[in-house]
Design a protein around this ligand. Sequence first.
Ligand code: SAM
Length: 452
Amino acid sequence: MILPPNFIARTKPLLGDDFEPFCQALEAEKPISIRLNRWKSDHRPAYESVPWCRDGYYLPTRPLFTLDPLLHAGLYYVQEASSMFLEQVLTQHITEPVRMLDLCAAPGGKSTHLSSLLPENSLLVSNEYVRSRAYILAENLQKWGNPNTLVCNNTPEDLGRLASFFDAMLVDAPCSGEGMFRKDAGAIEEWSVQNVQTCVQRQKELLQAVWPALKQDGILIYSTCTYNRDEDEEQVKWICEELGAELLTVQMDEACGITATDCGYRFYPHKTKGEGFFISVLRKTATERVSRVKPEKQNTKLTKEQLAVKKYCLHPDDYQCVELQEAIALLPNRHAEAMLFLNKNLRVLYAGIKAGVWKGKSFLPDVALALSTELNKNECTIAEVDLHTALSFLRTENIVLPDSEHGIVLLTFKGHALGWVKNLGNRCNSMYPNEWRIRMNLPAELEYNEIC
Ligand code: SAM
């Protein structure tokens, strides 16, 4: 690996005697890790655990994840291990139900993690500023299946207008990506001193813009995947001094090799099994005005048939049925008012569970309903399929289900929902979203290698 000379000049003084082992670690094999979805399965595989994350595991080799239907069923997420330290930060500082914003959330590694970890009855607002990436974020969160989530595509300024709306906020900032050099060769090519300065400036701007949305005493988690102090500790100091916050600490097991600094926690590849990462946690001390959440009325009166969609919920009394984005959505009662308010003020991609649409007298369920942890499978016609059929379905190819009832059928693989088809008898129409389809060709010989 050829490191940029300016990167060496800036990083050597930071690491001292550790610089050589650091460079050697960059040449070593990168660890592969996954995080399981505890709300979909309690199976515990026999892999080595990630010490700072209950559901995190290292895999001995990199499998072909795309060809595992359980990845598409939201059973696990492929995530670099260091970033899973978010779990320690979150569980030590957020113990009551909160409204939490993940400002820079795509593709969704940390948002899926947050949605699993937040105390029950919390609301997660997961935002991504780049539109194409926001759709990928929505896909990953819908596969993860937690109904307490809303995905939006807004600027930090848009969110900053929601004064004191959030109790907690994660800013996993766009950064110069020095910690990704081993994982992503492109990160080296894009690196320059000038780009570091641009990132520093952008981070300040987005933090400043979103800051009013965090209430006084609210928790800010700031993270990057870079090593230079300008984007890490110096930004944390700037937040404390200019925006008004105090630094908090995180208890950790020293044996893990995590480096505590004056303003946060660093992960170096020669000391911890993972990529480069920095994380810090702060409490907002500055006062903030409060904007009132005005209750939103539902725009249309739903018919009895439309309301019948609730039967698909395991806990129908806990959900409200509303029309949102031209579909029927199921919103958790506790968050319905906030979700409708956000829908009015932001560019929301989905909220709660996108349940489906009515076409005349037929209800066409959405893939998000199939993948939701709230789906009541007793209300569905189910067809358990083999690996080849599951992958054909995920490629949106026509499949046949000769032994299944006609009509809308939920496909499962190893008992886990993948999505819906309309079974016509001689073939099935796929109801899987075209944008989500697997584009990879299937190998001639298919063999299932169980990952989790
Ligand atoms: N948190 C994500 C995860 O765990 O999967 C990774 C986020 S990545 C480090 C930073 C994100 O910030 C990118 O998705 C990028 O599109 C977004 N971004 C870029 N410029 C931005 C800006 N000016 N304001 C807010 N977000 C921005």
